[in-house]
Design a protein around this ligand. Structure first.
Ligand code: CIR
Length: 260
């Protein structure tokens, strides 16, 4: 059974070559290759039975293909977030029209200054949201998010993020209580009640996976993580992420996933 039947993505613009690179430091992405990788991602989601809404590229916003950051989508509500970096803040206005299409007015909320929050820091597990307190998400943003989520009976647990860009750059939830963990999240007390699938440090990037419920999408070229997934009964589907990884983008960043 699919965990989500809809996804929103945005085609990378030519300016993707100038996306923020705070961590990877491995050169600039190639635009043509990035578009091809994005097409493969959309194709895979579609083949899995997910309805994909593709938004037009935005040349003024180099990181706008990472649609996960300017919004958080849940079953009963959506939040327009407030991205921290000045080149990304206005992405919130660009994601708003599509959120308005899928959610009713009274289901849409916002994070506002002095609160900052990016969707990459938000990891939902059942009725709980783990939210990273990171370089991109501050406590005020988490407090605002907690109020919103509380209206819909979700609990919010704030988790410090030190080594990674976002919480989900260091851990992603699969299913049946299984959590992929890397770096600071290995044996981290915040996640002591999960079965932890530990990612070896040389494959840290591959901790960011998407469990569709019908197979796990993982970045190509990480044999150890692939083996771990298979050993735990998952079917891995690989997507080449060579270009997005150069600007710190992972698989989850490239889509907003929800049921509609
Ligand atoms: C950024 O630094 O904002 C982008 N270059 C990468 C965003 C990755 N997003 C995510 O992990 N959700």
């Amino acid at each position: 059974m699919l965990f989500f039947n809809n996804a929103i993505v945005r085609t990378p613009a030519k300016s993707v070559v100038n996306g923020i690179d705070d961590y990877a430091n491995s050169g600039k992405p190639d635009y043509t290759k990035a578009v091809q990788e994005h097409e493969s991602y959309v194709k895979l989601l579609t083949e899995m039975g997910i309805k994909v809404t593709i938004l037009d590229p935005l040349v003024d916003y180099p990181d706008s293909c990472f649609v996960e950051d300017p919004a958080v989508v849940a079953d009963k509500f959506a939040v327009i977030t407030n991205p921290t970096r000045s080149s990304r803040t206005k992405e919130r206005e660009k994601i708003r029209p599509i959120i308005n299409k899928f959610y009713q007015k009274d289901q849409i909320f916002e994070i506002h200054r002095p609160g900052y929050l990016e969707g990459g820091d938000v990891m939902r597990v059942g009725n709980t949201f783990f939210v990273g307190l990171s370089a991109r998400t501050n406590q005020v943003g988490i407090n605002q998010f907690t109020k919103i989520a509380g209206k819909f009976d979700y609990e919010v647990i704030s988790v410090p993020v030190n080594e990674f860009l976002h919480l989900k750059t260091g851990t992603t939830y699969l299913e049946n209580n299984k959590l992929l963990v890397a770096g600071e999240y290995i044996n981290n007390p915040y996640f002591k009640n999960f079965e932890q699938l530990q990612v070896p440090s040389e494959e840290n990037y591959a901790v960011n996976c998407i469990d569709t419920g019908n197979g796990v999408i993982m970045p190509a070229g990480f044999p150890k993580v692939k083996t771990i997934l298979i050993q735990h009964g998952f079917s891995p589907y690989e997507i080449n992420m060579s270009e997005f990884s150069k600007i710190d983008g992972g698989l989850t960043c490239l889509s907003l996933r929800f049921n509609a």
